[in-house]
Write a protein that binds this ligand. Structure first.
Ligand code: ATP
Ligand code: LTN
Length: 326
């Protein structure tokens, strides 16, 4: 069976782009593959953080993932910091990656320019990501376009390790959704909807209440003209709303335009569809949030399943590297 692995950072708030571009895909893959999903708390340490906020964010992200449809019975859902092999294997990855390869990573270049304190971990972050993926004999990694370079590096590290020390790792491939799966900011439709964006008015959070959602859609930037039609080049704002409406109601953006005459109608229809899409997710989230002990229990089961696979892979790594057995 195909093994699928992906990770999400417990930083910022989960938004509609995360749900439509990534999480829905993760949920669908549960029925087709052996899926492993990880809340990557160690990756959150690369930039300065508040410990209480990290703890709360890790729990709440886990609850949102389950509320969105990840089923701990059908997938392995765990927190990275619970499985020691991730940090241990990351060191091996750092020693297998070339300094020049890490220096070429564009995410490091972007993030190191916008942060006052640049940690060594921010630089070696892709090596930890490679460890995450390779520890699970992963075939496929569903990620957004921004992660393509990290998966390429993971492949290069796996192939280099295998040729130096013998067959050890499965070489994974990235699964990147088509560009239509990119949800854009409601205020700046030329940028993707993002958690790190200050312009909160353009971002629909999964936990926004119906009134907030309606207000954000009402204020969404549209384009000149008044015809509701899908044309991402000339009508980026309207097209983004049609993509969201289509994705939320299981139709293509073109089909979603049917019967909508005015921009106001499009905004109202999109807001309503998103409110309905999020209603069950929010209800389930609030149930789970009321019982944190249950979330911890689910995470313990996930960690046990993950540890079993990661430990077997890492034993192979140790042995092939020439580290003494214990
Ligand atoms: P940041 O805004 O801080 O870069 P993010 O919102 O991109 O964070 P991540 O944790 O980096 O969130 O990504 C989680 C997943 O959601 C990734 O697979 C990413 O590709 C996907 N994703 C993020 N934003 C969007 C978007 N606007 N449209 C579609 N998919 C998205
Ligand atoms: N770097 C990714 C999060 C991430 C990840 C992973 C994704 C960490 N480890 C392993 C896929 C596989 C991000 O910033 N979205």
């Amino acid at each position: 069976m195909t093994r699928v692995f992906s990770g999400i950072k417990p930083t910022g708030s989960v938004h509609l782009g995360n749900l439509l571009g990534a999480l829905r895909n993760w949920v669908a893959m549960q029925d087709e593959a052996d899926t492993v999903y990880c809340v990557v708390d160690l990756h959150a340490l690369t930039v300065p953080h508040d410990p209480e906020e990290l703890r709360a964010a890790t729990l709440s992200l886990t609850q949102l993932l389950v509320a969105s449809g990840l089923d701990p019975e059908r997938c392995t859902l765990f927190v990275q910091g619970h499985v020691r092999e991730h940090a241990e294997c990351a060191w091996v990855m750092e020693c297998t990656a070339a300094f020049g390869e890490l220096r070429r990573m564009t995410q490091f270049k972007d993030k190191s320019e916008s942060n006052d304190f640049v940690s060594g971990g921010l630089f070696t972050y892709p090596a930890l990501q490679a460890a995450d993926i390779l520890l699970y004999d992963t075939d496929q990694v569903p990620v957004g376009e921004d992660q393509r370079q990290h998966i390429e590096l993971t492949r290069d590290i796996a192939m280099r390790f295998n040729s130096r020390y013998g067959e050890t790792f499965v070489v994974p491939e990235a699964i990147i959704p088509p560009t239509g799966a990119r949800v854009m900011d409601l205020q700046h439709p030329e940028n993707k909807m993002s958690k790190s964006d200050d312009g909160a008015q353009g971002t629909i959070l999964l936990l926004d209440d119906p009134a907030a959602i309606e207000k954000k859609f009402k204020r969404a930037v549209t384009d000149s003209g008044n015809e509701v039609c899908y044309d991402p080049v000339d009508k980026p704002g309207v097209s983004n709303l049609l993509s969201i409406l289509g994705a939320a109601t299981g139709r293509s953006p073109e089909a979603a335009a049917d019967g909508l005459e005015r921009y106001g109608d499009l905004k109202a229809a999109t807001a309503e569809a998103v409110v309905e899409l999020l209603r069950p997710v929010q209800a389930r989230y609030h149930e789970l949030a009321a019982d944190p002990a249950e979330t911890s229990r689910l995470l313990e089961i996930g960690a046990d399943k993950a540890r079993e696979v990661a430990a077997a892979t890492f034993d192979r790594v140790r042995s092939n590297l020439g580290l003494l057995g214990r």
